[in-house]
Design a protein around this ligand. Structure first.
Ligand SMILES: NC(=O)C1=CN([C@@H]2O[C@H](COP(=O)(O)OP(=O)(O)OC[C@H]3O[C@@H](n4cnc5c(N)ncnc54)[C@H](OP(=O)(O)O)[C@@H]3O)[C@@H](O)[C@H]2O)C=CC1
Ligand SMILES: CC1=C(/C=C/C(C)=C/C=C/C(C)=C/C=O)C(C)(C)CCC1
Length: 320
């Protein structure tokens, strides 16, 4: 058994040495592709949800550097203002503005949209980025399970309220930040809010599948409007998303060399928002600035329609 122990220690030593030796290569590979477009966004207005940290904040910085007026929709205005200040510190000409939006509260979403529609006359890019992952069982103000409530239904309502403005501002784009995790999800129509049984990982996967299905169904309904909508997997990104899972937090910290930084994670959102070649591309899924695989349950037209109807019913909307 001493021999085995020595072999294990030697093995760990060799792996560590290899990782250290190849660290720059590993890092370059983990970083993924960059958005190569140099498109400018002068005179364009962008709205990003959950822009106070992580991928959203880096997306805001990138688009602000392209000249856009960026509205950062955050549930905590103080945190939002800190992020806006750091964006201005990185790029002094940044036109960034923070507005309050809590996607776990339909009254907040409606109040946000009402004020937005009164005060902002154009919206060219909407990035549905905010998200929550693996939280303990929690409900939104409206009584929705937190993952489906914030990640899907909150953004569904927000998009519904802003769609007229997006159409009037066409050409316009909607980017839905989903995840590879959609592969492991299915829509539990019989128990959308996990009241029967709750698994935080599966609830997250369900909500990310809902993101893919929403993007595809909305794209179908927006045909001919010059408003496109695509979904994105940003990569595995070392952000605050793991805040509800100590294990994930430790794993992400220990293996951070193998993960994307938030700036690297923002590249595919930026790509979908600005790339010239995507001008009329809609209903697609992207990862690493490239078209990506969508799970069969994400390609089902029937499931997408059913989710659309269920979402309208949950929110008391009629959106045809
Ligand atoms: N990180 C990763 O590996 C991956 C991330 N994604 C997706 O990327 C997106 C961005 O995540 P990421 O940057 O990593 O995570 P972060 O946790 O760093 O950022 C999430 C953002 O969403 C906001 N948010 C959460 N709940 C609400 C709410 N009720 N109302 C308004 N805003 C809210 C957070 O605000 P606050 O700080 O106030 O909580 C924060 O700004 C998410 O949709 C996530 O699912 C997909 C695949 C992998
Ligand atoms: C298994 C494993 C890892 C992979 C984690 C992954 C792949 C997480 C994916 C998260 C996603 C996709 C979240 C958002 O949607 C690490 C951390 C590299 C460490 C080594 C063990």
């Amino acid at each position: 058994s001493t021999m085995i122990l020595l072999l294990i220690i030697a093995g760990i030593g060799v792996v560590t040495l290899l990782v250290v030796l190849f660290a720059p290569h590993i890092r370059r590979y983990a970083a993924g592709r960059k958005c190569k477009s140099t498109a400018r966004l002068d005179g364009k207005t962008v709205l990003i949800t959950g822009a106070n940290t992580g991928i959203g904040k880096e997306t805001a910085l990138d688009l602000a550097m392209r000249g856009a007026q960026v509205i950062m929709a955050c549930r905590d205005v103080e945190k939002g203002e800190e992020a806006a200040a750091s964006i201005r510190a990185a790029y002094s000409k940044a036109q960034v503005e923070v507005r309050e939006l809590d996607l776990a509260d339909s009254c907040s979403i409606r109040a946000f949209a009402q004020k937005f529609l009164r005060e902002v006359d154009r919206l060219h890019i909407l990035i549905n980025n905010a998200g929550v992952m693996m939280c303990p069982y929690m409900k939104t103000i409206d009584g929705f399970e937190m993952h489906i409530g914030v990640n899907h239904l909150g953004h569904f309502l927000l998009t519904y309220l802003l769609i007229g403005l997006l159409k009037r501002s066409a050409p316009a784009r909607i980017v839905v930040v989903s995840s590879l995790a959609h592969n492991f999800g299915w829509i539990r129509f019989h128990d959308l809010h996990s009241q029967g049984s709750y698994n935080s990982g599966l609830a997250y996967c369900q909500s990310k599948l809902a993101n893919v299905l929403f993007a595809r169904e909305l794209s179908r309904r927006l045909k001919g409007t010059n408003v496109t909508v695509n979904s994105v997997h940003p990569g595995t990104v070392n952000s605050d998303l793991t805040r509800h899972s100590t294990l994930m937090m430790i794993l992400f910290t220990v293996f951070s060399t193998f993960l994307k930084t938030p700036k690297e994670g923002a590249q595919t959102s930026v790509y979908c928002a600005v790339a010239e070649e995507l001008q009329s591309v809609s209903g697609q899924h992207f990862s690493d600035c490239t078209p990506a695989f969508v799970a069969p349950q994400g390609r089902s037209v029937e499931t997408a329609r059913r989710l659309w109807d269920a979402s309208c019913e949950q929110l008391g909307l009629e959106w045809d």
